[in-house]
Ligand binder design. Structure first.
Ligand SMILES: CC(C)(COP(=O)(O)OP(=O)(O)OC[C@H]1O[C@@H](n2cnc3c(N)ncnc32)[C@H](O)[C@@H]1OP(=O)(O)O)[C@@H](O)C(=O)NCCC(=O)NCCS
Length: 116
């Protein structure tokens, strides 16, 4: 997923608000989890090791890369990276990482086995 950082996405320092970036990363993790589970009924159970290493500025492009790292019975560990790019596309830098635990739900709303 790619997002531009608009003025409404930033804090008083002119950099991307952390809560907004977390929401974007959660969305990317959900897409990866939904694809792996083969169902849209996937929820976020936990977020670990969220590290904001480099600030992202207004006007930059953010690329979110999410991949399923491992699968349990009903849960999936999804590693998400946020990279910043200048809009001309000449530079790309890893800024934020996190590990999202996504859980597949059945029709009863309870955790259900992720397909093989
Ligand atoms: C996530 C949720 C479905 C887990 O329900 P639960 O009754 O605790 O389910 P279980 O104990 O059977 O755990 C299900 C799986 O989730 C994992 N899990 C549950 N809580 C976890 C946590 N805090 N951290 C890591 N993994 C967790 C379990 O290890 C298990 O994995 P496995 O089946 O691969 O071994 C439930 O807590 C829930 O609905 N939470 C709210 C989710 C939500 O609203 N998210 C935000 C919006 S998407």
């Amino acid at each position: 997923m790619c997002r531009f950082v608009f003025p409404g996405d930033t804090n008083h320092l002119g950099t991307l608000y952390g809560g907004t970036l977390m929401a974007w990363m959660d969305s990317a993790a959900a897409v990866a989890g939904v694809r792996r589970a083969g169902s849209v009924a996937v929820v976020t159970a936990a977020v670990d090791r969220l590290e904001f290493r480099v600030a992202i500025r207004e006007g930059e492009l953010v690329e979110l890369v999410a991949r399923v790292d491992s699968v349990g019975r009903t849960s999936m560990q999804v590693v998400v990276e946020a990279h910043r790019e200048d809009p001309a596309g000449h530079t790309r830098e890893l800024c934020t990482t996190g590990v999202f635990t996504m859980v597949a739900l059945g029709a009863d709303g309870r955790p259900t086995a992720v397909r093989d």
